[in-house]
Design a protein around this ligand. Structure first.
Ligand SMILES: *[C@@H]1O[C@H](CO)[C@@H](O)[C@H](O)[C@H]1NC(C)=O
Ligand SMILES: *[C@@H]1O[C@H](CO)[C@@H](O)[C@H](O)[C@H]1NC(C)=O
Ligand SMILES: *[C@@H]1O[C@H](CO)[C@@H](O)[C@H](O)[C@H]1NC(C)=O
Ligand SMILES: *[C@@H]1O[C@H](CO)[C@@H](O)[C@H](O)[C@H]1NC(C)=O
Length: 208
């Protein structure tokens, strides 16, 4: 039961990164959508090897789920690892993108550790899932043909960031936020079925 509960929300999550160094050039004025010199920029390659803290809120008509934790996006090892705390419990979830089933599902191992209540025995699960944590590679925006949505402000981040829109796997509308260092700093997505919306914010991100 616990594992099923975890899966149901983990599978709705997507990943991205956040910024650390601010030593890169600011966005050019031409990326402000209401300037006379505006032209749609090409999507950037992003820095895809990263560790980041994250906050995520997922809601629909039937739930409101908030979690926080730490993500490792490891494209060289074909792994995404998400360690999380939510509702007073802990979970560690690993997505192994080197092992994908014929129908495109990804090998997922979860260790769930209840720390509220008397039963604190950990449980584990392994199987193929449709992951909400994509493995972000350098060309994530380029290969998905991202459309530019302008410079926006995001909570937790001091400077404006660029928003990019993609249709993830051709069916889920995702907005990906990228700072001027080409570091992903969060994403939002929604699914019309059940009117589900998910916002994810990154902070204290370290890139390789
Ligand atoms: C969501 O909650 C409503 C009201 O309780 C219920 O009628 C509906 O079946 C629920 N939907 C799902 C998918 O659980
Ligand atoms: C948890 O353990 C305490 C102390 O043994 C006991 O009083 C309580 O009934 C237990 N709670 C549950 C939900 O089993
Ligand atoms: C691939 O993933 C499946 C599902 O989790 C698992 O049963 C299997 O052992 C994995 N195979 C390898 C070689 O890791
Ligand atoms: C992420 O964390 C791991 C483990 O602490 C570390 O080996 C790795 O260098 C870190 N990667 C980045 C990009 O900071």
């Amino acid at each position: 039961m616990k594992v099923i509960h975890i899966l149901s929300y983990l599978s709705a999550m997507l990943v991205a990164t956040a910024a650390a160094k601010k030593s890169c050039a600011p966005f050019p004025d031409s990326m402000e959508i209401f300037t006379s010199g505006f032209e749609e920029p090409a999507p950037p390659l992003v820095k895809s090897s990263y560790n980041t803290s994250f906050l995520q809120h997922k809601w629909n008509a039937n739930l409101s789920h908030i979690t926080s934790g730490y993500i490792y996006n490891l494209p060289k090892q074909n792994l995404v690892i998400s360690n999380e705390a939510y509702d007073g419990n802990l979970a560690a979830s690993t997505f192994n993108y080197a092992n994908i089933s014929k129908d495109g599902l990804v090998d997922n191992t979860i260790i769930y550790i209840p720390i509220d209540g008397n039963d604190t025995n950990s449980e584990s699960y392994r199987g193929y899932v449709n992951p909400g944590f994509p493995l972000i590679k350098d060309d994530f925006l380029v290969s998905n043909g991202a459309s530019y949505g302008g410079l926006v402000r995001r909570e937790l981040l001091p400077d404006k960031v660029a928003s990019w829109k993609i249709m993830y796997q051709g069916s889920i509308p995702v907005t990906v936020y990228v700072d001027s260092c080409d570091v992903v700093v969060g994403y939002d997505f929604f699914s019309p079925y059940l009117r589900t919306y998910v916002i994810t914010m990154y902070f204290n991100t370290q890139t390789a």
